[in-house]
Ligand binder design. Structure first.
Ligand SMILES: [Zn+2]
Length: 421
């Protein structure tokens, strides 16, 4: 990113981490990080602003997506026995053909805006390194860079990395995550996923296991015992299979669970929707509420732990990257407040001290007009019957036009609801 991080002190606002909610706090950001206090020599470079009535949350982390699959609408006619027939339907569809008219750069840019507008500053892009390596550096959001990968553990998987054993050993050697779909289906092979993973010595604290919808109680116990992480994508699961993982059992066995949207061609529009769906699915299946604070942890601290980034992100605290989002405070639980929020309520999104998105009323917090003009576009963001004028980094309106040109008609995409003001 070419923009320098902004040195900024925000005071009188609430700070909401998963383990602590602080009223009337002060947040200092310097050189892209949160700091305990502003060093004497640098104090003059920090602008101080009162943000009374607002709550700051850490930037959200979407633990499972395929950025290359960022398109709309969803494709599929489930329930399927496993992901493979869905993948066949996807690849035979008109929407897939249409998506393939877009160059990779356009698809990736679109994915950044989908995330930014919903408060996400970090994403795990489950895709071969060969595809996203060139995108990571210029991405507005943070894409997890250090990971080993498999598509999944079956004989009919897509080949996304080296041999499973090699990827698994590499992950252990460098202590980085080994990310794979697992038990995403109910055919014989899918249901043996955990067993196969163990045979390949892949069930360890480096493993990040996505979906796990066919996992038995015994599988879940083994996952817990080995301290592997799990990523739950309820909306994508329900869309493709009419079923999702036994999440209550994962939680009761203290597995580190994160939330992911999967690509919008099978999953949620964005992470804010996924949080709402996670909450309602839990209620429907178990007839009890899942604490909002726990769902919040699944999009902040837990994915930071799973991807071994918790020294860098996941909380607003000194030493961590200055990733934050701002919403107006409301009465009641700050966690519920966030989960119930629509994209219209995310007023500011900052990643490593660089504002990615902000409602126009906050523009005085950031750069001079000359920089705003060159690095942002002023846009209207539409949500249901409301709309807000905001600044969005890069050239989103231009991107929308380029996408429409590539698609060869005036394509509208529900997770990219912007227009010229
Ligand atoms: Zn996936």
């Amino acid at each position: 990113m070419k923009l320098p991080p902004i040195n900024l002190t925000l005071k009188d606002l609430n700070t909401c981490n998963y383990d602590r909610f602080i009223l009337k706090s002060t947040i200092h950001m310097q050189e892209g990080e949160f700091v305990a206090n502003v060093a004497q020599s640098q104090s003059s470079t920090n602008k101080t602003h009162s943000l009374k009535g607002y709550t700051a949350y850490p930037g959200l982390f979407n633990a499972h997506d395929h950025l290359l699959g960022t398109y709309y609408p969803r494709v599929g006619n489930g329930p399927y026995i496993c992901w493979k027939p869905w993948d066949n339907d996807l690849k035979a569809s008109k929407i897939y053909e249409e998506r393939n008219r877009l160059p990779i750069e356009q698809i990736y840019l679109l994915s950044y805006y989908r995330h930014i507008l919903s408060g996400v500053t970090t994403v795990c892009d489950h895709i071969p390194h060969l595809i996203n390596d060139k995108q990571i550096e210029s991405a507005y959001i943070r894409i997890v860079e250090q990971y080993c990968i498999a598509h999944e553990m079956s004989s009919y998987e897509l080949i996304w990395g080296e041999d499973h054993e090699i990827e698994i050993q590499k992950a252990k050697r460098y202590n980085i995550p080994f990310v794979t779909h697992l038990e995403e289906g109910f055919d014989e092979e899918s249901m043996r996923g955990v067993e196969v993973l163990i045979e390949k010595q892949g069930l360890s604290s480096n493993a990040v296991l996505v979906h796990c919808i066919a996992c038995s109680e015994q599988d879940i116990s083994l996952i817990a015992e080995k301290k592997a992480s799990m990523v739950w994508c309820p909306n994508s699961n329900l869309f493709m299979f009419d079923k999702t993982a036994n999440i209550k059992s994962f939680l009761e066995k203290n597995v580190n669970v994160s939330l992911g949207t999967d690509s919008p061609m099978s999953g949620s529009l964005h992470l804010l929707d996924e949080m709402k769906i996670a909450s309602s699915v839990y209620k429907d299946f178990y007839n009890e509420a899942i604490p909002a604070q726990l769902i919040f942890k699944m999009v902040t601290q837990n994915p930071a732990t799973a991807f071994k980034l918790n020294r860098l992100i996941g909380k607003i605290e000194p030493g961590k990257q200055a990733d934050l989002i701002l919403l107006k405070s409301k009465k009641g639980s700050p966690y519920e407040r966030l989960i119930k929020a629509g994209i219209d309520e995310i007023e500011v999104v900052i990643r490593s001290g660089v504002p990615l998105y902000f409602h126009e009323k906050h523009k005085h917090l950031f750069y001079p007009d000359s920089l705003l003009k060159t690095h942002y576009e002023r846009v209207r963001v539409i949500h249901k019957n409301t709309s807000n004028i905001a600044y969005l980094i890069g050239k989103p309106l231009k991107l929308k036009k380029r996408i429409q040109k590539s698609a060869r008609f005036n394509k509208e995409i529900d997770f990219f609801p912007i227009e010229a003001p």
